[in-house]
Design a protein around this ligand. Structure first.
Ligand SMILES: *[C@@H]1O[C@H](CO)[C@@H](O)[C@H](O)[C@H]1NC(C)=O
Ligand SMILES: *[C@@H]1O[C@H](CO)[C@@H](O)[C@H](O)[C@H]1NC(C)=O
Length: 640
């Protein structure tokens, strides 16, 4: 058979070593924020270079060979004078460039300290990671790749680096901030540079942009920071990586202009995301409220709430040189002058793609999971089963705690980075996480209840934080469920089909099907859920619970795909653009839900008719007590 089952040799994820965290807000709570904002800030730079100014940087870009080449090319193609194009280029650069100013950074250091202290209980950072970063910055050009779940991410990153006296990064930001002129300028002065969302065919723009980023990187002006996922993930699930900027930052290494580039994945996990319900509304297609004074009141409301803690984990710096070892032949770059832009060859493109997936995986692995993530996963499954059974009950707190403890142990065995305080009794851990999220669940006389779409979606996005821990075993569980037999090869084929289908949904590295299968087998065998014989895969007695939990985890995604397929088959008659597609699917789903709702109404109506019939007949046949009681019960049930 094609695949070899070497899962026994697989590295045990439980043995993964991770650093300890330090709360940086603790010091802020005892000492003066003003002093902190005005303190001496002397970061060490790449090879000890003295930093050049932002305007020097701009003129370096405008005078580069690369830009001259592209300007001449554009001039030939369009017939415009080179001087006009140069002017255009200079204007674009003006719109794009950052201008980092220490005074603005200090202003942010002060205001953010105040805001963070009221919003969060703690901001925990792994100091070992900071030290590794500090070291890397002195030796190589550094690229920071934080995960992106909130608008706050990049301010938070700069805040932390300022706190530890590490060089402040320059950050690639989307143009959406430019709508708010003042905010945009503030961000620019704290190190953001702005790129247009789409500039597909614009050669000049592309050349300027890539040259700008490369110049900053090569000269060690500052670490470059951008979001590999391209945009904020509204569902807390990692998005498939965008490759444009990664291509640019790897280029100086590939062309031999620098010895190495170090890439540092950073995982930022929020216990409660500030934009929590905003995202859920956005996904449901509810229009955003207009910014106004009422927005200001809302901001006040946000400031008065408790958002728990934040964990920021600076991962191991990844050397692009060692990533490329044996995968890329850099000789190909010797054949063409460096300043002539070229499309990346096939092997380079697949190398960059592969690296991007690995880096997102590295982000995922160091995401800290709070107990609430597990509790939300359980509550959602429970809610779903209840809905299917037509009931509307809560779950007893004791039962929820017991299940959460089971899931805690399972996820630890799967190598999750779980932040569960072991010195506190589990019941307290569960009830305190319920209290923090009281906007989503409520505890009433020992029970908890979940309802409404916005709330369900918010809970789902917490569950999604744990997806990367469970996704491989869950795919295997589903594969076992759907395979036509329990022959190993059959199961593998069905696993491979499902993995392929979900390749845009979850972060599954290209070409790693066998590896993922082996990892899943390893984990399920280790936890005693599966057994392998010569030919077959057997589910053990105690494995059923695990497999049921795992495959239910993928249910919402499967259902989503099914509905979209149904929509495409039944409704999508004309071609739809991407912009029209999502609202159309949303409308279709609403229709399906309403159809179900009317069916329910109809059933209830028939039920009432039968009741009335019994009631009247009972009335005629004298006061039949039993039937009266029945009617009372019916009315009670209906009124719920
Ligand atoms: C800050 O104050 C708390 C008590 O209020 C104390 O336990 C802690 O050690 C202090 N931390 C620092 C860094 O001084
Ligand atoms: C990157 O890999 C993914 C997953 O295998 C694939 O779907 C995608 O098309 C690749 N992208 C490029 C640009 O090669």
């Amino acid at each position: 058979s094609k695949c070899v089952y070497t899962y026994k040799e697989h590295r045990d994820p439980m043995l993964k070593k991770r650093d300890d965290f330090e709360d940086i807000l603790e010091e802020r709570r005892n000492s003066s924020d003003l002093k902190y904002a005005l303190r001496c800030y002397t970061p060490v730079l790449y090879k000890g270079v003295t930093p050049c100014t932002s305007s020097m940087l701009k003129s370096m870009v405008l005078q580069s060979d690369q830009l001259h080449y592209v300007i001449n090319q554009v001039s030939k193609e369009t017939g415009k004078a080179t001087d006009d194009i140069k002017e255009e280029a200079s204007a674009i650069l003006e719109e794009m460039a950052q201008c980092l100013q220490l005074s603005t950074v200090r202003f942010f250091a002060f205001t953010l300290s105040k805001a963070f202290k009221t919003l969060f209980r703690s901001i925990c950072v792994n100091e070992d990671g900071i030290q590794r970063l500090q070291q890397a910055i002195q030796e190589h050009p550094v690229v920071l790749l934080p995960s992106h779940r909130s608008y706050m991410d990049f301010l938070l990153m700069s805040y932390i680096l300022y706190t530890y006296d590490v060089a402040l990064p320059v950050i690639a930001a989307g143009m959406d901030f430019m709508g708010m002129k003042f905010v945009g300028e503030m961000l620019r002065m704290s190190g953001a540079f702005f790129i247009r969302r789409s500039f597909g065919g614009d050669k000049l723009y592309w050349a300027l942009f890539s040259e700008y980023v490369k110049t900053m990187l090569k000269n060690g002006f500052a670490p470059v920071e951008f979001f590999l996922e391209g945009t904020r993930s509204r569902t807390s699930k990692s998005l498939t990586p965008k490759l444009g900027l990664l291509n640019i930052v790897m280029d100086p290494f590939l062309k031999g202009e620098v010895f190495d580039v170090n890439v540092v994945p950073v995982s930022i996990s929020y216990e409660r995301v500030l934009e929590e319900t905003l995202y859920a509304r956005e996904l449901l297609g509810i229009p955003k409220p207009k910014e106004s004074t009422s927005g200001l009141f809302k901001a006040r409301k946000i400031l008065s709430e408790d958002y728990g803690s934040i964990h920021v984990y600076f991962g191991q710096p990844v050397s692009v040189r060692s990533l490329a070892q044996g995968k890329v032949n850099r000789c190909q770059f010797n054949l063409v002058p460096r300043h002539i832009p070229r499309r990346p060859s096939e092997d380079i493109a697949s190398f960059v793609n592969d690296s991007a997936y690995r880096l997102v995986r590295a982000q995922e692995e160091n995401m800290v999971l709070k107990p609430w993530v597990l509790v939300a996963s359980l509550l959602l499954q429970y809610h779903h089963q209840n809905q299917a059974a037509g009931q509307k009950r809560g779950i007893a707190l004791g039962e929820l705690t017991a299940q959460a403890v089971w899931l805690r142990d399972l996820s630890r065995q799967y190598g999750a980075f779980l932040h569960w305080p072991d010195h506190i009794p589990p019941s307290e851990v569960v009830s305190s996480s319920l209290t923090l999220h009281r906007g989503l669940v409520r505890i009433c006389e020992d029970k908890e209840l979940l309802s409404q779409a916005v709330i369900l979606l918010s809970c789902a996005s917490y569950r999604n934080q744990a997806l990367h821990v469970f996704v491989r075993p869950a795919l295997l569980a589903l594969a076992i469920h759907t395979a036509s037999s329990n022959q190993k090869q059959e199961v593998f084929n069905s696993f491979s089909f499902l993995r392929n289908m979900f390749s845009n949904e979850f972060i599954l590295c290209p070409g790693a099907t066998v590896q993922d299968f082996e990892e899943a087998c390893y984990l399920l065998v280790k936890t005693g859920a599966l057994q392998f014989t010569q030919q077959e895969v057997l589910v053990t007695e105690r494995g059923h619970r695990t497999l049921a939990f795992l495959s239910t985890m993928l249910d919402p995604f499967l259902q989503g795909y099914q509905v979209v397929c149904r929509f495409l088959c039944e409704e999508a008659t004309e071609t739809l653009t991407e912009k029209q597609f999502i609202p159309a699917v949303r409308k279709f789903i609403k229709k399906l839900l309403l159809a179900g709702f009317y069916l329910l109404l109809f059933l209830r109506f028939s039920f009432v008719c039968v009741c009335v019939f019994f009631f009247t007949s009972a009335f005629y046949k004298m006061h039949n007590c039993v039937l009266c009681v029945c009617v009372c019960v019916c009315v009670c049930v209906l009124s719920r």
